[in-house]
Write a protein that binds this ligand. Structure first.
Ligand code: 5GP
Length: 174
């Protein structure tokens, strides 16, 4: 495989600080409650693991996986849940933990599907928000970093299943 050029965009210590801040915010917002944290696989698994360990409120976790059948590296066409939650979300205070909101199509689809199941509340948390690329109106309630253009890898994020294990987040340069 051709060598892929990349440079560090968010170093691990910056990520750790930001994750702690988000966890503090969430813990404050849900002080009297137990939350169900739903992690969107695979990209958010490391973010979820770090975030969850910083929460000071009780929580349970579940996982979903989505597939988008479109073009290239972003979703564009049909989206489907390929791995669903295993617990009922009805009446629960749910926080969805996602890696990146790009066009917003994936998270908008998931939000709609989850709201049909009547949670008590539903909030969205994303590590990365590519705000200006939105194709559908959807906002995350908790955002780690907002970025413009670029394809990023590391800290759970992949390029063709590679680079997930890198502890820092890199942007691909070519
Ligand atoms: P959306 O439906 O918001 O366009 O797509 C979001 C999904 O696209 C993310 O969950 C992620 O899987 C993928 N994605 C978008 N931008 C990037 C990126 O820069 N790096 C990686 N690794 N995945 C991305």
């Amino acid at each position: 495989m051709k060598d892929i050029k990349k440079r560090i965009l968010y170093p691990r210590d910056l990520i750790a600080r930001r994750v702690e801040e988000i966890a503090k915010e969430i813990s404050g917002d849900y002080r009297e409650k137990e939350v169900l944290v739903i992690c969107v696989l695979k990209g958010a698994f490391i973010f979820l693991a770090d975030l969850a360990r910083c929460l000071t409120i009780p929580y349970t976790v579940d996982f979903v996986r989505l597939a988008s059948y479109g073009s290239g590296s972003t979703s564009s066409g049909k989206i489907a849940i390929t791995k669903d939650t295993e617990t009922s979300i009805e009446g629960k205070d749910v926080i969805v933990v996602e890696d990146i909101v790009d066009t917003g199509l994936t998270l908008a689809y998931l939000k709609e599907r989850l709201l049909e199941r009547k949670p008590n509340s539903l909030k969205l948390c994303t590590l990365i928000d590519k705000k200006h690329r939105r194709e559908i109106a959807i906002e995350a309630d908790y955002v780690g970093f907002t970025m413009d253009d670029g394809f990023i890898v590391g800290y759970g994020l992949d390029y063709d299943e590679k680079f997930r294990c890198l502890p820092d987040i890199y942007v691909i340069e070519e």
